[in-house]
Design a protein around this ligand. Structure first.
Ligand code: Z15
Length: 791
């Protein structure tokens, strides 16, 4: 490998070893790793082609991948070789690894789920393509200026992307606007504008390097070649317009998580990547089939939320306008290919497009949507409409065009049936099913937590990495005090490493023996970072009132970004940072309580924080978090959860045991009921002197003395429209935190509970989730055997 690296350095990067930078070495190593992968990748593609196996197409606006180098090394079993080679070349391996920028092509859970699914699809050997957008700028970079969030464009592509293959020959022309002509019962769309979608492929190789799939991301390019004619005719403006459009379409990821931006460019992005993906999969299908009616036997298209829901009308359009099928048959054929995953019940996240806007950008699609809506109505009189009050509702469109609709946790799926899609569920009672989310154990244990990984492998060998339920064997170790001590020691190694990193990045000294209490996720009112902070202030007050007591030392760690236009979320960030300045400087509590908020939370930071956590904050208002996946990562790495009965918390608690989980708060049903009571938040504040005191301090400017009015709006919100019931759950949360304090005092029993978490989390592997999709939705089986078949 050493020689291969030197060769790449010389011939691909044009550098010699004496003048190579960290970047050059990282690139040379990455290219060598990529070379290794190509053979597996080709074999898999050939095997899938040879047996004309059904292929899965996962359409997602987001793939939150993070770094890839460690996946590429460990999945191919090249750890020792790669380390030794870099050592022989006099390079520090970790420095090289950390030189890779995160591919942050996603906002949060939805995008990270897509990335975990890609890993599991490859590990299980299911022929699959991920389809998305190659954003030039991923999620913005966050910094804090005097405690306030600032956003800077992210620039991961300012360096060469080591893993991708550009495919200039794989290009599709994507139209926008224009008009539709009808003659002899046939419609034809004449787009007014168009751009080219160019494919960029990243190979995704699964565990042990047995199978490789493709993540195909589309970039938008101007149609220069095509418009040369009109350019020569003197229509310079038209040519220029397309160029500008092309440049903006794949420019930047919209930074809104679970809120609809409603922007025209966003709709264009959605159509752009969906249309390119559908054309691409049809081309692949037609290369080895001649009957278009066989499409559902060869193609399963999964829509990751409604963002690619235009896939339904687009597929129907191609079947009718280009392949000459009749509308009813086309709709039926499309439906048998399509399935839709719902990720939220929050009304502000449900996509709707004004009919006028959609019709202007996609005139033919609007006609087809009307036809779909009318035919559904004719079959099921009185059913909900896709078009309502001049809006196209993408949820209803996705539902009606899918043969299966799934929720992402047991509770969420039940709520989908009872709330957003209650009427459609009555009409199609078998369509909605559950597929509880999962996480890839390759990244979220094996990769990010070597201390724990090694301990587990000493006990079980390495087969748990692709068969996570084997962790249950660790349950037997809970009475083995030597093993529990080793488990505890692994956690401590991670906590020391994190303490050092926080010392460097936040300039705050923290005690590795304190409880590390971590809340990392997007900043959103429903996730209730504010409640966590209020509890922190209440604890601070009590520590100051009773300094003689034996307090459990705590480090409160926050991480996460607010959407740039979400002012309440930005206020919450500001308040956390303001409070940290005051509390961290207090000599009375200095050895007992610290708040840290490292800026620019991303996948790589999660990989640092999660292995070092003792307590995982999963405190959303019950009924609001569809699933959560961070909750799973923490429990797998031996953190205890403090949480509500929300999303996958419910199932995590069932698996790890209620004695190993700190439960608090109202249930989803109680939340709905409480909201109906007038003045519920004032009543809750009235009943809690502890909460009243904290709100008073914030209101009076205790944490913002330079600007004492700064948080009047925020406190006022809690009094008058506490939509997420922070005030109602506060006391129960505070009390449960004190139970956690007491439990932490016995390190031995805490470590045993933590061990029980790790041992019980096997079911939450995304391998299990993907098997579920394959069995219940795609009707495809893991094809690991394909390779041998074709060999
Ligand atoms: C997103 O990250 C999620 C839902 C959405 O509707 C959007 Cl637009 C983005 C998250 C859920 O909030 C989270 O609970 C879930 O675990 C995740 O999707 C993956 O299903």
């Amino acid at each position: 490998m050493k020689n291969e690296i030197l060769k790449r350095l010389r011939y691909s990067l044009g550098k010699d070893a004496d003048h190579a930078s960290v970047y050059d070495w990282r690139m040379a190593l990455s290219l060598v790793l990529r070379d290794h992968m190509v053979d597996t990748w080709f074999d898999s593609t050939r095997a899938a082609y040879g047996t004309s196996a059904k292929r899965v197409y996962y359409l997602s606006m987001e793939f939150l991948i993070g770094r890839l180098i460690e996946d590429m090394i460990s999945n191919q079993g090249l750890e020792t070789e790669a380390r030794n080679a870099m050592k022989a070349l006099g390079q520090d391996f970790d420095t090289i690894v950390h030189n890779e920028p995160d591919a942050a092509l996603g906002n949060g859970g939805l995008g990270r789920l897509a990335a975990c699914f890609m890993d599991s699809l490859a590990t299980l050997g299911i022929p699959a393509y991920g389809y998305g957008i190659r954003y030039e700028h991923g999620l913005f970079e966050q910094s804090f200026v005097e405690g306030e969030q600032m956003e800077k464009p992210e620039t991961w592509l300012s360096q060469r992307h080591a893993w991708e293959f550009e495919r200039p020959e794989v290009q599709y022309r994507i139209g926008f606007g224009g008009h539709v002509s009808h003659s002899e019962g046939r419609a034809k769309w004449h787009p007014g504008d168009s751009v080219l979608a160019t494919a960029h492929d990243t190979p995704i190789v699964g565990w042990k390097g047995v199978w490789g799939n493709t993540l195909r991301l589309w970039s938008a390019d101007p149609v220069r070649q095509f418009d040369l004619a009109s350019f020569n005719r003197g229509d310079y403006l038209a040519a220029g317009r397309s160029e500008a459009l092309a440049r903006t379409i794949s420019r930047v990821l919209y930074p809104d998580d679970t809120t609809e931006s409603g922007k025209e460019l966003r709709l264009k992005q959605e159509y752009f990547f969906t249309a390119a993906s559908i054309m691409d999969l049809l081309r692949r299908f037609l290369s080895d089939h001649d009957d278009i009616r066989a499409l559902p036997d060869a193609v399963a298209i999964q829509l990751n939320d409604t963002h690619p829901a235009i896939a339904g009308p687009e597929l129907v359009r191609l079947l009718v306008d280009e392949h000459g099928l009749e509308m009813p048959e086309a709709i039926d054929l499309a439906r048998r290919c399509l399935a839709y995953t719902n990720h939220t019940l929050l009304p502000e996240a449900l996509e709707r497009w004004h009919e006028g806007l959609l019709g202007r950008i996609l005139p033919r699609h609007l006609e087809i949507i009307r036809a779909i809506d009318d035919s559904h109505q004719a079959e099921h009189p009185g059913s909900p409409r896709i078009l309502e009050h001049g809006d196209v509702r993408m949820g209803e469109l996705a539902f009606i065009m899918a043969h299966k609709v799934n929720g992402v946790s047991a509770l969420h799926t039940e709520l989908v049936k009872e709330t957003v899609f209650a009427d459609l569920h009555r009409i199609h009672p078998t369509r909605i099913i559950n597929q509880t989310n999962g996480i890839t154990p390759r990244r979220w244990l094996y990769g990010c937590n070597p201390a724990l990984r090694n301990l587990i492998s000493e006990e079980l060998g390495e087969s748990w990495v692709s068969d996570l339920e084997q962790l249950s064997a660790l349950t037997d170790k809970r009475g083995d005090s030597a093993f529990v001590a080793d488990f505890h020691a692994a956690k401590r190694v991670n906590k020391v490493a994190l303490s050092n990193w926080i010392g460097q990045t936040c300039d705050v000294q923290i005690d590795p023996d304190a409880m590390f209490d971590v809340q990392i996720k997007r900043i959103h009112e429903y996730k209730r970072q504010l409640m966590n902070l209020l509890e922190t202030i209440a604890l601070w007050n009590e520590m100051r009132d009773h300094p003689e007591k034996d307090w459990t030392p705590r480090v409160k760690i926050f991480g996460g970004k607010a959407a740039p236009g979400y002012f309440m979320a930005k206020d919450i960030i500001h308040l956390i940072n303001d409070t940290a300045s005051v509390i961290n400087a207090d000599p009375v509590t200095r050895d007992r309580l610290k708040i840290v908020f490292p800026p620019n939370y991303n996948v790589t930071m999660a990989e640092r924080l999660i292995p070092a956590a003792d307590l995982s904050e999963q405190i959303s208002t019950a009924g609001k978090e569809a699933s959560g996946t961070g909750n799973m990562k923490f429990a797998l790495n031996g953190a205890l959860t403090i949480g509500t009965l929300d999303g996958a918390n419910v199932e995590i608690r069932e698996h790890v045991g209620s004695e190993n989980f700190f439960l608090f708060g109202l249930t989803a049903a109680e939340v709905m009921e409480r909201r109906q009571q007038p003045g519920f938040s004032r009543a809750a504040i009235e009943a809690s002197p502890r909460l009243r005191r904290v709100l008073g301090q914030i209101f009076e400017g205790r944490f913002s003395p330079q600007d004492p009015h700064r948080y009047h709006g925020l406190v006022g919100m809690l009094y008058d429209h506490d939509h997420f019931l922070v005030t109602c759950d506060f006391d129960s949360y505070f009390d449960t935190q004190r139970r956690a304090d007491i439990a932490f005092q016995s390190q031995q029993s805490w470590a045993t509970m933590a061990l029980m978490n790790t041992a019980s989390m096997g079911w939450f592997s995304s391998d299990r989730t993907i098997r579920g999709y394959a069995r219940d939705i795609w009707k495809t089986r893991p094809h690991g055997a394909l390779l041998e078949k074709s060999a």
